[in-house]
Design a protein around this ligand. Structure first.
Ligand code: ZN
Length: 384
């Protein structure tokens, strides 16, 4: 009996979007997957390791720098960043230099983070989470496949989606592998830019559906049994409200970068304090800011994102679903849709749909690593 498992991770394809967009209706087992606090930078490691963010260590893309940081040379360019004309060029040159020399193979983006602050930050994720050995001491799905000697192929954001689907189809046609892992972030990007209901969003979902059906069609010719699982790491919510938290904090009588260091994500604002009066005033502002709230330590602990060394901030502010912070370090303009809201907000749920009956216990993205490992072992004939 020749078996294949196709595992397709569609970034940001939330469970509630399935109600609004017809997608693979032939697959009957459909369920929400609880996500974790943060963005894909925490959700995908949780999905692939089965661990909470405070166990695998990756919460946000950016955390506080330790003794060394790959961003130390940003200092050399920072003096120019606010000057007309050469500011943009200085930034572009630094971005190119960083891409060439940093050796980071995990996803990152410098967005609009001020160059002068970059040396204060680090990227907690440096090795690609889609490779074995990505997180020291925390095995991911690919470590497990290696451990069991299961041959597999995988594709991710680092190569273009169209090419990836073509390679997936070609690889399945060769029919040599029991496990195929395919990640796509195209839908995530299109929804950020155009919203969850746009014609562009519809077109991406339709095109993913076609490419996945084609993969299944080829697989069914070559294998006796094909199991297809399509899942996502978190949902997506249309943006309805914008707050200028950065402007409000900057209006306080403190010097940014000296009295406090901020990081303004689109739905989170994080602060490291360097003196008591700045801490008191900023906390008071965050406690009464409309459109979001300061997360108390108890809640961070409950969500498994309490980091005692405060790598991700002394104070963590999260916006309400549908609200974003703009301008932010992510950009000046608000996106049309966003994620990274409270993980218990219904719009935050990821989803799982499958061609075979999925065990009832698979209810969270953290259940996916073990579930896929077991499916891969079954297909390979080395299962329990
Ligand atoms: Zn996104």
């Amino acid at each position: 009996m020749k078996r294949a498992v196709l595992a397709v991770l569609i970034d940001a394809f939330g469970y509630d979007l399935l109600d609004r967009h017809p997608f693979m209706p032939e697959l009957e087992d459909r369920r929400p997957l609880a996500t974790v606090a943060g963005f894909s930078s925490s959700a995908i490691p949780s999905l692939l390791t089965g661990k909470w963010p405070n166990e695998h260590g990756r919460w946000f893309l950016y955390g506080k720098a330790g003794e060394t940081t790959p961003f130390s040379s940003a200092r050399l360019y920072a003096w120019a960043e606010n000057l007309p004309k050469i500011g943009i060029r200085a930034r572009q040159r630094y971005e190119r230099e960083f891409a060439r020399n940093s050796g980071i193979d995990e996803y990152y983006h410098l967005y609009n983070i001020p160059l002068k602050y970059l040396p204060s930050f680090d990227l907690p994720g440096k090795r690609s989470i889609y490779e074995p050995g990505a997180i020291e001491g925390v095995p991911n799905l690919f470590d497990k496949l290696l451990e069991h000697g299961i041959p597999y192929a995988s594709w991710n954001w680092s190569t273009p989606e169209e090419k990836n689907f073509a390679e997936l189809h070609a690889s399945i046609r060769e029919a040599k592998l029991p496990f195929y892992f395919f990640y796509t972030a195209v839908l995530d990007g299109v929804m950020h830019a155009t919203g969850t209901e746009s014609a562009e969003t519809r077109a991406v979902i339709e095109s993913n559906q076609q490419s996945i059906r084609e993969a299944v069609r080829i697989a069914e010719e070559k294998y006796d049994e094909v199991s297809l699982y399509i899942f996502s790491d978190h949902g997506m919510v249309n943006v309805e409200n914008v707050i200028d938290l950065m402007g409000d904090v900057r209006a306080l009588p403190f010097v940014e970068g000296k009295d406090y260091l901020p990081f303004y994500d689109s739905t989170y604002a994080r602060f490291w304090f360097r003196n008591e009066s700045a801490e008191k005033s900023i906390r008071a502002l965050l406690e009464s800011a409309p459109g979001g709230r300061l997360l108390a330590r108890e809640e961070l602990e409950r969500l498994h994102v309490w980091f005692p060394d405060r790598e991700y901030g002394d104070a963590i502010f999260l916006t309400d679903a549908g609200t974003v912070i703009a301008p932010s370090f992510m950009g000046n303009e608000p996106p049309c849709a966003m994620h990274g809201y409270h993980p218990e907000d219904p719009g935050s749920n990821g989803m799982l749909i499958g061609s075979r009956t999925i065990p009832a216990g698979v209810t969270s993205i953290r259940d996916m690593a073990l579930f896929l490992e077991q499916e891969a072992r079954r297909a390979h004939g080395t299962g329990p």
